[in-house]
Design a binder for this molecule. Structure first.
Ligand code: HPA
Length: 273
């Protein structure tokens, strides 16, 4: 057994001691978007610091625990708080929880994040379904010897975000009068927000929103054969010439405001699984 596989197995076995159920879906929640975990019934919580080989989260707004329970009657595992490359973790560490959730049994991964908008049609508080991404992060989570038991050496990335889940989400949104964008997420390293020139550049290359997470988890999910549904809350607009000083507090406040809509969509998609 490889070192990575041994670590995944150790983490999985630790978690399974507390919860025997096989989760069908994994959920990773972004900055200021942790309230969704209150939708999880009969839940148990495991601190990241107690799970073998799990990194420990360091950012404000990320509480750092795994929550196992039921959403809409379906067994799920959720991460309250995720790991970012800018915190100093390697990409292998950032994506380790995805490997563990896959080992626990999930087949679908739901992701939320806070992101800066570059598409001129976007406003603060809007929601964007991620239909594709551009990876501008500096280290690749699959770099190094491939573990064939975990996935292929050269994973296909033609549909990292499930078209079926996107269609279902659009229907849910229409039925509930929720206005959704769909767009391309650019993944960057952070922790600086972008310069005006960088926001412009990312829009020119095809990006609609930019953030410091999600892409590594989606890459590993694709490698592992998981279906992914991901949504961004647009917490700031990068392309305005004036008024675009961006703070973490502003990001958290906008995320909080948009959260109920996101919760409704995740809830309903999980009900339909
Ligand atoms: N840039 C990068 N990451 C972000 C932003 C942004 O404007 N907003 C929230 N996360």
């Amino acid at each position: 057994m490889s070192e990575l596989t041994a670590k995944i197995t150790a983490a999985k076995e630790y978690i399974s001691k507390f919860w025997e159920e096989e989760p069908v879906a994994g959920i990773i929640l972004g900055s200021g978007l942790g309230n969704l975990i209150q939708e999880i019934a009969r839940s148990i919580e495991i601190k990241y610091s107690d799970i073998p080989h799990f990194p420990e989260s360091t950012v404000e707004g990320h509480s750092g625990k795994l929550i196992l329970g039921y959403m809409q009657g379906k067994p799920v595992v959720a991460m309250a708080g995720r790991f970012h490359f800018y915190e100093g973790f390697s990409m292998k560490e950032v994506t380790f929880p995805v490997r563990v959730m896959k080992a626990l049994g999930i087949h679908t991964l739901f992701i939320s994040n806070a992101a800066g908008g570059m598409n001129p049609a976007f406003k603060v508080g809007d929601l964007m379904i991620i239909r594709d991404h551009i990876n501008l992060q500096p280290e690749h989570p699959l770099r190094g010897k491939n573990e064939d038991t975990l996935g292929p050496r050269f994973p296909d990335m033609s549909e990292p975000y499930s078209k079926a889940l996107i269609t279902a989400a659009n229907k849910i949104a229409a039925d509930n009068n929720i206005y959704l964008h769909s767009g391309v997420y650019v993944g960057v390293q952070g922790p600086t927000f972008e310069t005006r020139a960088e926001y412009k550049y990312m829009h020119i290359i095809g990006g609609d929103a930019v953030g410091m997470s999600t892409v590594p988890e989606v890459i590993v999910a694709a490698h592992a054969g998981l279906k992914v549904f991901a949504m961004s809350v647009i917490t700031d607009i990068g392309i305005r010439e004036e008024e675009n000083v961006i703070t973490h507090e502003e990001v958290l406040a906008a995320a909080k405001e948009a959260e109920p809509k996101l919760t409704l969509i995740f809830n309903e998609l999980i009900r339909q699984l």
